[in-house]
Design a protein around this ligand. Structure first.
Ligand SMILES: [Zn+2]
Length: 1075
């Protein structure tokens, strides 16, 4: 099924909550800092959420994927259908299954994913198991429970966090964290949807995989949290009182995570929309938890929820990969046999929302900044619940297709017309979504003035009517079809395991007691749809869909959101008054008791597990770890004097290509224009082709193209690596088209469309503002980097707070001096495009690599020899100072950083092990567990030497900085035994060896080439990692003290907290207003 999701990160109806704020360490991976460096280097849960959703999605947020169309898709491979006979995989006989307590329900070979899939039922409990066997070494296990909440106290979410805090067989504080530290997992997390909770793990190492499986099974069925109120308090909520004379406050990881969610207008809109569109069933409440309701949750209700729903009868289990299918059942039977059947499967059924007979309209407020301009800050979104009954596959597929046609690319009519109307800055929550019981469609805008709200609604309705009447351009239909087919064939799930992507597709039907196989088999319905379009024309296919599901559907909910500068402080005041009442109602003894309980909880949190207890969590030995890094086949050659890297890898007949230009001739003052230059290349059109035609051409001929700047420090060099990258992919037979289109974008696009440019600026402002609220840690990190090195400064100019400031000035300049801007864009082009200093990187099989050479040569010959203008010396930095950036928020992002190379520290592989250990122990325990922040971690950039500490959705500010400053002493006082050390080493190797699909392998190799990292050095670093000793930790302590002594602190925080910090520590921060 082709499903589409929102282009915004927060079509929250289905975006799950993650247990773990996944931070990808940049030092140990291949320094993949591509487009919008900040976006990639710190992947926020919402970005990860987007990835989850994207697996089914045809739409890609261009913000996340650089400037490009049709960036990354994640679907099954179509290819196998016609060409591959069904291979045979190890089988489970009916007999074997019976013996283990299972019956085989059905079995199919699914050609789309070259897998044999068998559905089993555990006879005693009714637990269903999908066992998928194939050649994929990246094995996946997942257990999914239907967990519909009845209120917004966040039970499913808090439980999802809590079950991984110790279990019967693994009675330590957080087995989950032990796995994070010391396993080779390629995926490890848990997420909460509006109606279900998923616990997935993945690994390529079989022993490791089954370790993970056992910990997860034990956690789900036998968690300690149902007996231990402390876990509930820590992950959910509790009153904190350090001293009876102080104020009481709320603490809790989920509580603060959700405060962060409720500080973001896009998220608030998504939640209101979901609740308003399905007011009568479980979707009418928030499974994540509303911070106002979370403190109403009792421990008893929490225990009861686990007892009721965390039962095999209510579970669906997924196995995928090249491991032994009999062993899977054996492992499961051990757990499942301990249970009797329960009625939970019936009691967890999701009720259908009856369709409304009339549309409704809802007006709500959201917290806005006090000083910003509030005139154009309304949001409006129109939502439809499409059907009461589940749709057949064919219809779903057609709706997914329709969605891509209407909204999938900047050239898609609904998207284009809305953005060009000038009525708002950017789209919100737009697209089809069918992850929940009933499919829905939403479209809306933000950055709208009060007067224009109604105009936006009218324009949406008029455009939909027009599309139903007139149909779509045949080139657009062809482009969408090619895009969809390409993504199916490529099946590129990025760093997300393919097996997990399939699981989430299957479960979206299976969870509602429908066929789990059906969502995996899209070839026939796609063929049929294609045939129908060819026979009857696209209008006959799509117009009735728009009419039936949207225009004539009275289940329509319009949501308008108005900015309210008082709301944030009002909410804060309300919380304070509730807490004051709580305190007033307590006797002196009560208060003393609460202070004692607070202290007891903290002590418990800060006391490490004894080593013998930790031993129960299974882990690998060093002997299980490959001694050599994974090498990517790389042949360095040249074409007409241009360096060409070739990676001969099996890519299913797809060619991946990057052309890299040097930014060394670009003037300082043009840097902040580069992101808009990139967007202009993709979205302005040439003399002969409108941008719509150009986009359709890209969609029809290729698998997508993108352009973006790339910057990084290079170890041992003063000059940064600063490049401009053009990236594209196509079928091998269309490589010539790919390079022709690259040339067309780079050389023929005209920078003449002032109105479009104006839209780009306002979209960028909206995106940056959203990032400030949602990924303030990324903004803080970029800011500190910009103070500490040139590469960081460049990056901040193109994607940090400086960039946002630039955009505000630019917004005025577009009207006053468009000529000037247009010629600056031309100047950027002349400074970048040149054969000299250019590098081409190609990933495909050997034959294709040879075949495409002619196209590459032609492309290179069309480039100018040298860039215009001489080399520019870049030496910009922001002044070193502590800064606090004010935004309307209920939770903060706190950072501190310094350059450890400035102390004379020389890079050693142990640094990766140590920084990971600091994140997983010291910062996890202090910033998250006892501090109550959703995330706390550190990041060591081995290229620049910058060591940064960051927190995410953090209720504290100065306290967090003090924890960072204590890191050196923590390391000096550390006493790690061999087992702990081994775990830390294995976990680090797991990061270094992260699983990569072929395109990622070729790209990483390019990055290493650009940053001067050789395979010899990788081998040396690996040996250093493997031999890390306690002595290395102590030595590192001396280096890291530089952050405490000379580091800079940057916080993105609320005005109240910044004032308090500046009072407590005489004007520690320079204050900057941002929103
Ligand atoms: Zn969470």
């Amino acid at each position: 099924m082709l499903r589409t999701v929102s282009c915004s990160a927060s079509l929250s109806s289905a975006s799950p909550f993650f247990r773990f704020f996944r931070h990808f360490p940049r030092s140990s991976t291949a320094a993949l800092r591509g487009p919008a460096r900040n976006l990639r280097r710190i992947s926020s849960p919402s970005a990860a959420g987007r990835r989850v959703l994207l697996r089914r999605g045809l739409r890609v947020s261009s913000a996340a994927a650089g400037r490009g169309v049709n960036g990354q898709f994640s679907r099954l491979s179509v290819r196998a259908v016609a060409t591959q006979p069904a291979p045979s995989y190890p089988d489970v006989s009916q007999d074997e299954a019976e013996k283990l307590g299972f019956e085989k329900v059905s079995e199919e070979f699914i050609s789309e994913c070259k897998s044999k899939a068998t559905l089993f039922k555990h006879k005693k409990t009714g637990c269903e198991v999908m066992s998928v066997s194939n050649e994929d070494e990246n094995k996946v296990f997942g257990i999914v429970l239907r967990t519909p909440p009845k209120d917004s106290t966040g039970i499913p979410h808090i439980l999802e966090h809590s079950v991984l805090c110790g279990s019967r067989k693994y009675p330590v504080k957080e087995p989950f964290v032990e796995l994070l530290k010391g396993s080779l997992h390629t995926f490890l997390n848990a997420f909460t949807y509006p109606d279900r909770t998923c616990y997935p793990v993945a690994s390529t190492n079989t022993k490791d995989f089954y370790n993970l499986v056992d910990v997860y099974l034990d956690a789900v069925f036998f968690p300690k949290c149902v007996e231990d109120v402390h876990t509930f308090q820590q992950e959910g909520w509790h009153y904190e009182l350090n001293d009876p004379s102080e104020d009481i406050s709320y603490k809790g990881v989920v509580f603060n995570e959700m405060k962060g969610v409720y500080s973001q207008p896009d998220n608030i809109l998504g939640r209101i929309a979901q609740q308003a569109i399905s007011p009568d069933n479980t979707y009418g409440v928030d499974s994540g938890g509303d911070p106002k309701d979370i403190p109403k949750l009792t421990f008893e209700a929490f225990q009861e929820f686990h007892r009721k729903y965390y039962h095999p009868s209510n579970a669906r289990i997924w196995f995928y990969g090249d491991d032994d299918p009999v062993h899977r059942l054996r492992v499961l039977s051990e757990y499942l046999d301990m249970f009797e059947a329960s009625p939970s499967r019936d009691s967890s059924k999701i009720e259908t929302q009856k369709l409304f007979s009339e549309p409704i309209r809802i007006v709500e407020k959201y917290p806005a900044g006090r000083d910003g301009d509030l005139k154009k800050k309304n949001m409006v979104c129109v939502n439809w619940l499409l059907s009461e009954k589940p749709l057949d596959l064919q219809t779903q597929l057609a709706l997914g297709f329709l969605d891509h046609l209407m909204l999938g690319t900047p050239a898609s009519p609904l998207r284009k017309i809305l953005l060009e109307s000038g009525l708002g800055e950017a789209l919100v929550s737009s697209g089809m979504s069918d992850e929940l019981l009933q499919p829905q469609f939403s479209v809306g805008m933000k950055g709208v003035s009060q007067d224009n709200v109604q105009k936006v609604e009218e324009l949406i309705m008029d455009t939909l009517k027009k599309l139903a009447e007139e149909g779509f351009d045949s080139d657009a239909v062809e482009a969408s079809m090619n895009t969809i087919e390409f993504s199916l064939r490529e099946n590129n799930t990025g760093s997300f395991p393919r097996g997990l992507s399939l699981m989430l597709q299957s479960i979206a039907k299976w969870i509602y007691d429908m066929d789990p196989f059906e969502p995996l088999k899209y070839t026939e319905p796609l063929k049929a749809l294609k045939a129908r379009i060819a026979e009857e024309g696209s209008k006959a296919v799509f117009s009735p869909l728009i009419e039936q599901f949207i225009l004539n559907n009275s289940h329509r909910v319009t949501i308008e959101m108005q900015p309210d500068p008082e709301k944030a402080s009002q909410e804060e005041a309300e919380e304070k008054s509730i807490l004051e009442k709580v305190k007033a109602g307590m006797t002196e003894e009560d208060l003393a008791e609460l202070a004692r309980a607070t202290e007891e909880l903290r002590l418990k949190q800060e006391t490490p597990d004894p080593p013998e207890a930790l031993r129960c969590v299974p882990s690998l030995n060093l002997s299980d770890i490959p001694k050599e890094p994974t090498y990517v086949p790389t042949e360095v050659g040249d074409i007409n004097g241009v360096k060409v890297l070739r990676h001969d890898l099996f890519t299913n007949d797809i060619v991946y290509a990057e052309v890299v230009f040097d930014m060394g001739s670009l003037k300082h003052e043009l840097l902040p224009l580069v992101p808009l230059f990139c967007q202009s290349l993709m979205e302005m059109g040439t003399k002969d082709l409108s941008f719509v035609q150009l986009n359709q051409l890209i969609g029809r001929k290729t698998g997508g193209l993108s352009v973006y700047p790339l910057t990084s420090s290079v170890r041992g060099k003063a000059e940064p690596c600063s490049k401009f990258v053009v990236r594209g992919k196509s079928m091998a037979g269309r490589a010539e088209d790919l390079f022709n289109l690259m040339n067309c974008l780079l050389q023929e696009v005209q920078f003449t469309d002032q109105q479009r440019f104006k839209q780009f600026v306002s979209q960028s402002i909206a995106r940056m503002e959203n990032r400030l609220r949602g990924s303030g840690h990324g903004i803080a990190a970029a800011r500190m980097d910009a103070m500490l090195n040139v590469a960081g400064w460049m990056s901040e100019q193109m994607g940090g707070l400086s960039y946002l400031e630039f955009l505000h000035i630019l917004a005025k300049k577009v009207d006053e001096d468009w000529e000037g801007i247009s010629s600056s864009l031309e100047e950027i082009r002349r400074s970048l495009l040149a054969r000299n200093g250019c590098i081409v990187n190609m990933t495909a099989d050997g034959k294709s690599l040879t075949n495409i050479e002619k196209s590459v040569e032609k492309f290179l010959n069309l480039l100018p020899e040298t860039p215009s203008g001489g080399l520019v010396t870049l030496d910009g930095r922001l002044p070193l100072r502590n800064e606090a950036i004010v935004i309307p928020t209920q939770v903060n992002y706190v950072g501190k950083a310094g350059n450890i190379y400035s102390t004379g520290y020389e890079l050693d592989g142990s640094a990766y092990v140590i920084s990971k250990h600091i994140s997983n122990t010291w910062l996890w325990d202090r910033v998250r567990v006892s501090g109550g922040a959703y995330g706390g971690f550190c990041d060591f950039d081995s290229h620049s030497g910058v060591f940064s500490f960051l927190s995410y959705r953090d209720p504290n500010l100065l306290k967090t900085l003090d924890i960072y400053d204590g890191t050196g002493d923590f390391l000096r006082g550390l006493d790690v035994d061999q087992e702990t050390l081994t775990k830390a080493i294995i976990g680090t190797i797991g990061d270094v060896d992260s699983y990569q699909l072929p395109d990622a392998k070729g790209y990483s190799s390019l990055m290493r080439h650009l940053l001067g990292v050789t395979d010899e050095e990788r081998q040396r670093k690996r040996e250093e990692i493997l031999t890390t000793s306690l002595k290395d930790f102590k030595e590192f302590a001396e280096a890291i003290d530089v952050v405490r002594e000379k580091g800079v602190a940057v916080a993105v925080a609320s005005a109240e907290d910044i004032d308090a910090a500046n009072q407590a520590r005489s004007n520690f921060f320079e204050v900057k207003k941002a929103l």
